[in-house]
Design a protein around this ligand. Structure first.
Ligand SMILES: Nc1nc2c(ncn2[C@@H]2O[C@H](COP(=O)(O)OP(=O)(O)OP(=O)(O)O)[C@@H](O)[C@H]2O)c(=O)[nH]1
Ligand SMILES: [Mg+2]
Length: 326
């Protein structure tokens, strides 16, 4: 009997095959089990997946006592996680230092950073998580780093605009990622079809842009038509605002403000939801039982008039204000 595997299954299986750690393998196997069509033709496969899963879990229990947490696994916070990746000395750590409160080591020699480190970039009322990482060279991609990149929402390649070998380096970095099954495109993750599991949301920034050759950006844009290329500078602050906006667009999320009846909305701390989310999705973020308990909502923003009564199936838009009535 043919197994008729779904694109979700294929995607999870690819992640399994490319996994850099047992932790990633376990997550991928769980996703494969969830996505595998449940019928007689796949019974053997299901049993095999379960066997592999239990072996990995046992191995994990034995080693976790001695090993501790995986430093390449960075938990997600904020509106989305953006991982910086690039050649040595391009200014990844400097960009983290310029945009977040994270304390990072910056030095004018390569291989300064040895482990990933997160920080939160706040702009307007949006928090985006940036993760600094150790450098990539054609000869070496740090073990575990591919897992960090695959787990991210967006990968941002950071190049050194002052570098004479800028074009070669861009080819080397993208080549190293593609060779490991990661192809970056400037498209939000939700718009990447499941049939293209190696594609990942990404963009490219050319740091030290105040010192870059005038034609660096146009040439890179021509070379990578599917990747957005932006000039930035950790030193002068050039291009940071546009970079932030590009990241926000790539994350494919919206911010929505919740309001209690009779009180003003909390405009400082928006809820961040995937684009296309509904009033019920917002309610679930506020409280697990709220979608079932709520009767209706009032909406300020994209509605026809302020305070319009809407049903919980109403799709929300960026900057809507929602008042939920139980
Ligand atoms: N002129 C200029 N120099 C910069 C800029 N950003 C970083 N630098 C300098 O570039 C050097 C390397 O910066 P880092 O932030 O340590 O680079 P990195 O990419 O984290 O390096 P690794 O950790 O080795 O991969 C330092 O001397 C920085 O001061 C910039 O925008 N303009
Ligand atoms: Mg660094």
């Amino acid at each position: 009997m043919p197994a008729n595997l779904t694109p979700e299954y294929e995607k999870a299986e690819l992640r399994y095959r490319q996994a850099g750690s047992d932790e990633e393998r376990i997550t991928a196997l769980q996703d494969m089990l969830a996505a595998i069509p449940k019928h007689k033709g796949t019974e053997k496969m299901q049993a095999d997946l379960k066997r592999r899963l239990s072996q990995l879990r046992k191995a994990g229990q034995k080693s976790s006592a001695s090993k501790g947490p995986d430093p390449f696994h960075i938990p997600k916070t904020g509106a989305g996680q953006v991982v910086l990746a690039g050649p040595p000395n391009s200014g990844k750590s400097s960009l983290l230092a310029a945009t977040t409160n994270a304390e990072v080591k910056v030095a004018d020699y390569p291989f300064t950073t040895t482990l990933p480190q997160p920080g939160i970039w706040h702009r307007d009322d949006i928090p985006i998580e940036l993760v600094d990482t150790p450098p990539i060279t054609p000869a070496h991609v740090p073990p575990g780093l591919m897992g960090t990149l695959r787990n991210s929402d967006v990968v941002c390649v950071v190049l050194d605009g002052r570098e004479e070998r800028l074009l070669e380096q861009s080819e080397e970095i993208l080549g190293a990622l593609t060779a490991r099954g990661l192809e970056l495109v400037s498209v939000p993750a939700r718009d990447i079809p499941a049939s293209e599991p190696g594609r990942h949301a990404g963009l490219m920034v050319v740091n030290k842009a105040e010192l870059a050759a005038a034609d660096a950006i146009p040439v890179l844009r021509e070379l990578y038509p599917r990747l957005r290329v932006l000039p930035v500078s950790a030193r002068t602050g050039l291009g940071l605002e546009e970079w932030f906006r590009a990241l926000w667009e790539l994350l494919g999320v919206i911010r929505v403000y919740a309001k209690e009846p009779g009180k003003p909305a909390d405009m400082q701390r928006p809820f961040v939801l995937p684009a296309g989310a509904t009033v019920a999705d917002l309610a679930r973020q506020i409280h697990r039982d709220l979608p079932d308990q709520m009767k209706y909502a009032r909406l300020w923003g994209h509605s026809r008039f302020d305070g319009q009564q809407v049903h919980k199936t109403e799709a929300l838009r960026d900057r809507d204000v929602v008042e939920i009535h139980e």
